[in-house]
Design a protein around this ligand. Structure first.
Ligand SMILES: CC(C)(COP(=O)(O)OP(=O)(O)OC[C@H]1O[C@@H](n2cnc3c(N)ncnc32)[C@H](O)[C@@H]1OP(=O)(O)O)[C@@H](O)C(=O)NCCC(=O)NCCS
Length: 160
């Protein structure tokens, strides 16, 4: 099945939140439906979805403001659609968007999330920090960064 990536419509945000709250790592992190809905409905976030056959197959949520500008807050793919390139495509779209405005992509990955860590490593993300016991006791959040250069001298892409 093919898929497109585009900004999420308001009516798709509930489906995005359900994908998150039903899946690891959010289950272990104890972020339930309401907390996930708050993340995807935050007007300060940009949300993109992968859509195929009129269904939301995956979603990615970005923070383009604040101290870690270009932060990927969440990326999730429907469990039945994993392993066929949807996650890589969502991340590629997010990187294209973020690198227009800032030279860094940041994200946190839970220490127990070995599958996602492998994917980020393969895509060129490097660990730049570790926050122990940050969301739940016994697990760290690892701060990862992918960079195309320092902030100094970076020029945003002109608006087209
Ligand atoms: C991480 C995630 C978004 C990747 O999406 P995807 O569509 O499955 O990924 P792709 O098909 O584009 O890429 C597959 C890669 O994902 C990685 N991967 C992630 N989770 C995996 C798992 N449980 N088992 C095997 N590989 C996994 C592997 O590196 C794999 O690469 P490979 O095929 O070369 O081995 C998806 O697995 C997911 O939704 N996981 C649950 C939520 C999550 O962990 N989000 C990240 C939070 S930081």
């Amino acid at each position: 099945m093919g898929f497109d990536i585009r900004p999420a419509a308001d009516g798709e945000l509930d489906a995005c939140a359900r994908l998150m709250s039903g899946s690891e790592p959010w289950r272990t992190l104890r972020l339930g439906p309401e907390a996930c809905l708050a993340v995807v409905k935050d007007p300060a976030r940009e949300k993109y979805v992968a859509v195929g056959s009129d269904r939301v197959l995956g979603a990615i949520v970005l923070a383009m403001g604040g101290p870690f500008k270009g932060y990927v807050q969440a990326v999730v793919v429907d469990p039945g659609q994993r392993g066929r390139g949807v996650g890589r495509a969502l991340l590629a779209a997010a990187e294209e968007r973020i690198f227009r405005d800032t030279p860094n992509v940041f994200l946190c990955v839970s220490s127990f999330n070995t599958g996602a860590r492998r994917l980020y490593e393969a895509l060129g993300y490097r660990q730049v920090g570790e926050i122990p016991d940050y969301v739940v006791p016994g697990h760290s959040e690892l701060l990862l960064r992918k960079s195309i250069g320092p902030l100094s001298g970076f020029r945003s892409a002109p608006l087209s």
